[in-house]
Design a protein around this ligand. Structure first.
Ligand SMILES: [Zn+2]
Length: 390
């Protein structure tokens, strides 16, 4: 009953739209209603029967139409001479039939369901034997199929470029950096890291611009920063694009994707700090970013770098062995504390003492995510500056 109603509604809507097309086309078209279809059959039959005295109109009709009995019903078809092959053979597959308005919906509906919801191109092939079913009619039909419309909506949803923004709190290094900006593209899971000295609007804006001018801005940016900060950020960044504005959404709960990413970043950074026997963690951020994006991602079945670029990311011959080794050592050793101490002469480099306070393995094992620094909100009281682009 439900299905029948759905079918009836769909058919009514289709036929209403079809009528609109017919009205818009005026008289010069090959869309028949049942009456004009029958009338045309009579006229063509009449013209065919004339041995002498055919009028120009008769000739015109015979050029366009022929009559064929298909399944016991007289049908208008494209004349054979139009569809004969070069060798002169008539091919039955070349029969192209005219249909009338009472039939069009059912033909499209049956073909569409039988073919498993084919889209425009597939549908054009499916109904190619019907001479007067047009692309326009197929498009109207597809617009009414809920299954196909849902598919289209989902496709567009997937195409939205969504990114997460986050901050990892660090102990200040000699360069004065005390934070890492984490920018994660959801689709490719490609992560970008930037060391920051503070979370003031200008500092964050510059880092984001650096990212957006290479990789393009997102449609949607999500993060656990205040709405004021988020929208100021969007305003600042969008000054550089005259025709663009991304949306910011405050999300208090971190997405699992972001949580895992942050944990992995801290793991790699910890390994880098140890392998390089340095406390200047900000110098390692770009390598950590590279390593993270080179990680094989089982969900993507490739690395994030590969997902972004569409080709291999990094070459095994150029890997920095010491960092790889440090990482695998870490992963293999069950005792985190031992891993921290292995291979490091603490008397030469007091790593442990100066190691970034947020990236200790104990914390990682507890799945504790580095806490978010609440950004200083800089209210933008001034009038908006003029667009800097010409
Ligand atoms: Zn469909």
């Amino acid at each position: 009953m439900e299905d029948e109603n759905e079918y009836a509604n769909m058919k009514t809507t289709f036929n209403n739209k079809l009528n609109e097309i017919i009205k818009a086309k005026g008289v010069n078209h090959q869309i028949f209603n049942p009456l004009s279809y029958a009338t045309m059959i009579s006229k063509v039959e009449h013209a065919k029967g004339l041995k002498f005295g055919k009028t120009p109109a008769d000739y015109a009709r015979l050029k366009k139409y022929d009559i064929l009995e298909i399944d016991g019903v007289k049908r208008l078809v494209v004349p054979f001479f139009s569809s004969t092959t070069s060798s002169g053979n008539k091919t039955s597959s070349a029969i192209r039939m005219f249909v009338h308005t009472d039939e069009i919906f059912d033909i499209l509906h049956t073909a569409h369901l039988k073919s498993g919801h084919k889209s425009r191109q597939g549908m054009t092939q499916e109904v190619s034997q019907f001479k007067n079913i047009t692309r326009e009619m197929i498009m109207i039909y597809l617009g009414l199929c809920e299954v196909c419309q849902e598919k289209v909506a989902k496709f567009h949803e997937r195409e939205i470029k969504k990114s997460y923004i986050d901050f990892i709190s660090m102990s200040a290094d000699q360069h004065g950096y005390n934070l890492i900006l984490v920018y994660l593209d959801v689709k490719t899971q490609f992560v970008q890291l930037r060391p920051l000295k503070n979370t003031e609007l200008q500092e964050v804006t510059q880092s984001l611009l650096d990212i957006f001018t290479i990789f393009g801005p997102p449609d949607l940016l999500q993060g656990n920063v205040s709405n004021e900060f988020g929208s100021s950020l969007a305003n600042e960044v969008c000054l550089f694009w005259s025709d663009f504005k991304f949306n910011f959404i405050k999300t208090e709960d971190r997405d699992q994707l972001l949580v895992e990413c942050t944990i992995r970043v801290t793991e790699i950074l910890n390994a880098w700090v140890e392998a390089n026997k340095t406390m200047e963690w900000s110098e390692g951020v770009k390598y950590v970013q590279y390593m993270k994006n080179r990680d094989f991602n089982p969900t993507l079945n490739r690395s994030a770098g590969e997902a972004l670029l569409g080709h291999k990311f990094g070459r095994s011959g150029t890997r920095k062995r010491s960092l790889d080794q440090a990482l695998s050592d870490k992963e293999e050793e069950s005792d985190a504390q031992e891993a921290m101490n292995s291979g490091i002469d603490k008397q030469d480099v007091p790593i442990k003492q100066y190691a970034p306070k947020r990236i200790k393995l104990e914390q990682v094992d507890n799945s504790e995510v580095p806490h978010l620094i609440v950004p200083n909100i800089k209210t933008n009281d001034e009038d908006e500056p003029e667009n800097i682009l010409p």
